[in-house]
Design a protein around this ligand. Structure first.
Ligand SMILES: C[S@@+](CC[C@H](N)C(=O)[O-])C[C@H]1O[C@@H](n2cnc3c(N)ncnc32)[C@H](O)[C@@H]1O
Ligand SMILES: [Zn+2]
Length: 459
């Protein structure tokens, strides 16, 4: 990996991501603009003053070649984005195109064992999930987590509310492949331990009584191979014991099955063997950043949220990337958990904050590397900026004859004024036509093509 640990890039993440080696990152967390139709600015006088980013999207924010790139790399993804335009409009389409070109690169830089968490909110989470399914594959979708970021919402205006207050964000968790590991368990709190592991044995160890799980119940069906006599005990039902005879004896030797003085069998589940409870996918226990944690950066996320993600989906020394790192919450959490990290943010102010925060919070002085250049990959880069890619965006995927949407590969580049009539190869003399329209046009003019299509009732 050509990028050093503790590097913060001040640049557009698309360029930085394109320069990063394939399969080099273990975990990506991203908290991009949400298409909230708002512009964010930090309050004047806060540490973050001057930080701002806009979150309103139109097609003019989108490079035409990105349409072609998406349609070329993932035809189904372009179709999904086109559908979002039909149901939601061009703003959503533009936002999704901006996100999709970056997510394609993120998938490329993730190791096969890697994971990605996309932080969003209900404005676009349903469309982003479709985008993610196209890029990562539906089988690599793992969880949709709801994070309760505020306990209540304030009524914003004097008008009657028409919707429930939104106090939750959504995290879409995808794996690069089935090889990605996760440890979703949390430790029990003291209160939970006392409540669940009610009993204390002769040696002072906590356990709970799980005797209901010694024998199978009649409605579980008959299992002749689990019907046996063990130390003088026979199951009265033909459904048998829960365990094989060997396992039962093993559990007895370990002290997990006990013959009580009254002759009854007891099965014990000890705290030391407890695998932990999963956090589940509703996270209502992570509070917004506390006062001492707050930098004033708009949309700052709590360190505890990032710690939970990083602990569950990476190991010591792994590389964590946050391509929209803002005031570096991910970098601080990764540093605390002894992971390596790379942060990217387009805003100059964000980078200044990152340095300040890391130096203050983690006690680092000096080793944070600030880069404004673009890294270079060893391999030859594919070219997604040909005339064909740009034209695909300019025409929004439609054939310039019949006005029908076609996949990238079915489009042909046509000279509007044919070369034999002096037309040039310049972009403004080129257009995309579907195969049928291209052969209809032949060496004729564009006007002739359109007349012909009208005559055929196609236009
Ligand atoms: C929602 S904020 C991230 C907040 C962050 N999670 C935190 O805790 O501070 C989104 C960030 O993305 C940055 N950003 C927007 N577009 C970007 C781009 N194309 N490349 C890099 N950063 C970008 C903005 O400057 C902003 O800091
Ligand atoms: Zn056509």
């Amino acid at each position: 990996m050509s990028i050093k640990n503790r590097t913060i890039f001040e640049n557009d993440n698309l360029f930085v991501l394109r320069g990063m080696d394939s399969e080099s990152i273990d975990l990506i967390y991203l908290d991009p603009p949400f298409n909230s139709n708002r512009n964010y600015a930090a309050p004047i006088g806060s540490q973050a003053a001057g930080a701002a980013f806009k979150d309103t999207w139109t097609l003019s924010d989108v490079d035409n070649a990105w349409h072609g790139e998406i349609a070329d790399r993932e035809p189904a993804l372009y179709q999904a984005i086109h559908t979002a335009e039909l149901t939601h409009g061009k703003g959503m389409k533009s936002y999704l195109i901006m996100m999709a070109v970056r997510l394609l690169e993120m998938k490329r830089v993730l190791k096969k064992t890697g994971s990605l968490y996309l932080h969003c909110d209900p404005t676009a989470s349903h469309y982003l999930k479709v985008v993610m399914d196209s890029i990562f594959g539906k089988n690599n979708f793992r969880s949709e987590i709801t994070w309760r970021r505020a306990t209540s919402t304030q009524k914003g205006s004097q008008h009657r509310s028409t919707r429930w207050g939104n106090n939750a964000d959504i995290l879409l968790y995808y794996a690069a492949s089935s090889a990605a590991a996760l440890s979703p368990e949390r430790e029990l709190t003291e209160t939970e331990i006392v409540k669940k592991f009610k009993h204390i044995d002769e040696n002072g160890k906590r356990y709970y009584n799980d005797s209901a799980h010694i024998w199978r119940t009649p409605n579980m069906g008959e299992r002749p191979n689990l019907c046996y006599e063990w130390r003088g005990y026979v199951n009265p039902h033909p459904s048998g014991w829960r365990l094989s005879k060997e396992r039962l004896e093993e559990e007895y030797q370990k002290g997990n099955i006990v013959i009580r003085p009254d002759g009854k069998l007891e099965r014990r589940k000890y705290l030391k063997d407890y695998k932990g409870a999963s956090y589940g996918n509703i996270w209502d226990d992570v509070r917004p950043p506390a006062k001492e944690e707050r930098t004033g950066y708009p949309t700052q996320k709590p360190i505890a949220l990032l710690e939970r993600i990083i602990k569950a989906s990476s190991n010591d020394g792994d590389i964590v990337l946050d391509p929209f790192c803002g005031c570096a919450t991910t970098c601080v959490a990764a540093e605390r958990l002894k992971r390596q990290w790379i942060g990217i943010d387009i805003s100059e102010k964000a980078v200044a904050l990152v340095r300040m925060r890391l130096e203050k919070e983690v006690g680092l002085f000096g080793p944070v590397i600030h880069r404004t250049d673009i890294p270079r990959r060893g391999e030859k880069l594919p070219n997604y900026r040909t005339h064909k890619h740009t034209l695909y965006g300019k025409q929004e995927g439609l054939c310039n004859g019949c006005q029908t949407q076609f996949p990238f590969r079915n489009m042909t580049v046509d000279h509007i004024i044919p070369r034999k009539h002096g037309g040039t190869d310049a972009l403004d003399n080129l257009q995309l036509l579907c195969g049928a329209c291209n052969s209809t046009k032949g060496t004729g003019t564009q006007a002739e093509l359109l007349t012909e299509l009208r005559e055929q009732g196609i236009l």
